[in-house]
Design a protein around this ligand. Structure first.
Ligand code: FAD
Length: 273
């Protein structure tokens, strides 16, 4: 079983300290790697580098930076990749990123497959490249079929494996994997798991990224109001059951969107071991 955890780069000293503690708590189950997101449009790019280097130097767990290419230039991406390589990092989550509003010149890359190709050209097989997958379709895709074709292009460009957007419906995941396999692609597609701990936040994220919250889950979450403990217990139950269904049907790797908190994803991960 391969378990990985995703963080966002903290900006404050307090946030950095909290994240170090979270990483320490998660390290006890020997994760496969810790990944760190990368803000599109330059917002948190230095913070990503700082967090990744801290993980790589101190945690004894491989660090995997996310890298989005939109609104960037080849020379900048190359500099960053060389910094990662020199720090001993050999796994990258390669993304297009979201196009910043109002930006006309989107830079040297248009889609993630071009970034994957570029990394392979420049670094051969040094990096294990993960890409993003969308079992419920990327929100800007024309339709599911073209989105799957674009996903297949990323793998054919040289990606080794993928991590999915989160979902609460295993049918969407297994159908996506089936359809991709029918196109001759057989790379690991790791489900991205989002713990349920906060109703408003989950609604906001899901609206942004196009992940569906099944009606029965949403209706129940809405009834808890300020009763956070009941909400968390219900959320744990739902997501632990999702993970269990995935595991029972043969899934061997899980990627947790930790939101820089240890307990929700650690408890879920431990339920799988
Ligand atoms: P792509 O694979 O390039 O796809 C983007 C859209 O373009 C899709 O609709 C696709 O169908 C379409 N497309 C692809 N190729 C073509 C083509 N040739 N012609 C026409 N259309 C095409 N965002 C961040 O900013 N930072 C992060 O750290 C981050 N981490 C993420 C981690 C995971 C696991 C996931 C699932 C998402 C993450 N995101 C992150 C969000 C991601 O950047 C957005 O979803 C973004 O809009 C798409 O990125 P992508 O790499 O999937 O793009």
């Amino acid at each position: 079983m391969q378990l990985s955890f995703e963080f966002f780069p903290p900006r404050t000293d307090q946030g950095k300290q909290n994240l170090r503690e979270v990483r320490q708590q998660l390290s006890i189950i020997k994760p496969h790697y810790f990944s760190t997101t990368f803000g599109a449009g330059g917002t948190t790019q230095d913070a990503t580098l700082e967090t990744v280097l801290d993980i790589q130097a101190n945690d004894g767990i491989p660090a995997a930076p996310h890298l989005s290419c939109i609104d960037s230039e080849k020379s900048k991406i190359l500099t960053l990749l060389n910094q990662y390589k020199n720090a001993g990092i050999n796994r990258i989550v390669a993304l297009r990123g979201d196009i910043p509003s109002g930006v006309r010149d989107i830079g040297d890359f248009h889609y993630a497959n071009e970034l994957v190709e570029f990394i392979r050209e420049e670094f051969n097989d040094h990096f294990h490249i993960e890409v993003a997958a969308y079992p419920e379709m990327h929100p800007q895709a024309k339709n599911m079929q073209t989105d799957i074709t674009h996903f297949v292009n990323k793998i054919n460009a040289g990606a080794n494996s993928a991590i999915t957007q989160y979902f609460y419906n295993t049918d969407a995941y297994f159908r996506f994997v089936d359809e991709v396999q029918k196109q001759g692609i057989d790379v690991p597609i790791t489900p991205g798991i989002m713990p349920i701990t906060n109703y408003d936040q989950l609604l906001r994220f899901s609206n942004m990224c196009g992940a569906e919250i099944p009606r029965w889950i949403e209706k129940r979450l809405a009834t808890y109001g300020d009763d956070m403990q009941s909400l968390r217990e219900f959320g744990f139950d739902v997501v632990a059951n999702l993970c269990d269904q995935l595991k029972t049907q043969g899934v061997e790797s899980f990627h947790f969107y930790s939101m820089n908190k240890s307990q929700p994803s650690l408890k879920l991960a431990q339920s799988l071991i």
